[in-house]
Design a protein around this ligand. Structure first.
Ligand code: PEP
Length: 243
């Protein structure tokens, strides 16, 4: 089971230290055997997360995940961050194609494909987010939308590299709404049938009340958590609730 905390553009240096102090003391680390926690802070905080993980000898339990990377390895791209830099900081995975990046930064499937390819070159795990918006869900063509998003991975089918998928219905992100268990199951089964070897996470308003039910579904390998991962008590309770 994989649980990713996507902190987005939240937390400064002090917030991070306070969060980590509380979270680490709240968790019973021996009880976590099958679970990997990925923290996804904003870029400038990556090094401090790494220091805290090392200091507490939690390397086998916690990984660092970037929220994005540029689609080129290096060059004249002021303000951008490439996988080469992330790799040198001990980052093991990158969230790619989050709906906020697709919507606010016009990320296309072509760009997303390049980013995945860069991650693979640097032996990092790409976490490809996909999911329909509310209009697509209402119109009933959500499986076509999802298929066009995950089909990017057909170019990597012959590559034996770990890739993780995350189903994040856009209308569920930060809204407090979640699909029913049957709706989640339908999408996960659909994608599992196309990519049976890949892990698929669910993300979108996961919280303490719904995490155990959603994450217990058969075709779910973990969760991607935004809002509810910002508070150490809430995030730790979610982790402790997973059976
Ligand atoms: C996300 O944006 O990846 C996410 C899952 O957010 P939230 O949990 O806040 O819906």
């Amino acid at each position: 089971m994989i649980i990713i905390a996507n902190w987005k553009m939240n937390k400064d240096f002090k917030d991070l230290e306070r969060f980590m102090d509380s979270f680490i003391s709240l968790q019973s680390w021996e009880a976590i055997s099958d679970l990997k926690i990925f923290f996804s802070p904003s870029f400038p905080l990556i090094n401090e997360v790494r220091n805290i993980i090392n200091y507490n000898s939690l390397n086998s339990k916690i990984r660092i995940c970037a929220q994005n990377c540029h689609h080129e390895i290096d060059g004249a791209f002021t303000g951008e961050v490439s996988v080469k830099v992330l790799d040198s900081l001990g980052v093991s995975s990158v969230i790619i194609g989050h709906s906020e990046r697709r919507n606010y930064f016009n990320e296309t499937n072509d760009i997303i494909e390049k980013k995945i390819s860069n991650c693979i070159k640097y032996d990092m795990i790409p976490i490809l987010c996909f999911g329909e918006n509310l209009n697509e869900r209402k119109k009933g063509n959500y499986l076509n939308v999802i298929e066009s998003q995950v089909n990017i991975l057909n170019s990597f089918k012959k590559i034996d590299h770990e890739i993780i998928l995350a189903y994040e219905p856009v209308w569920a992100i930060g809204s407090g709404l979640t699909p029913s268990l049957d709706e989640i199951n339908e999408v996960h089964l659909f994608v599992k049938n196309k990519f049976p070897k890949l892990k698929i996470l669910y993300g979108g308003s996961l919280n303490l009340n719904n995490a155990n039910d959603i994450l217990s579904l058969n075709n779910i390998d973990g969760g991607l958590i935004g809002g509810a991962s910002l508070d150490p008590y809430s995030f730790s309770s979610i982790i402790r609730s997973i059976k």
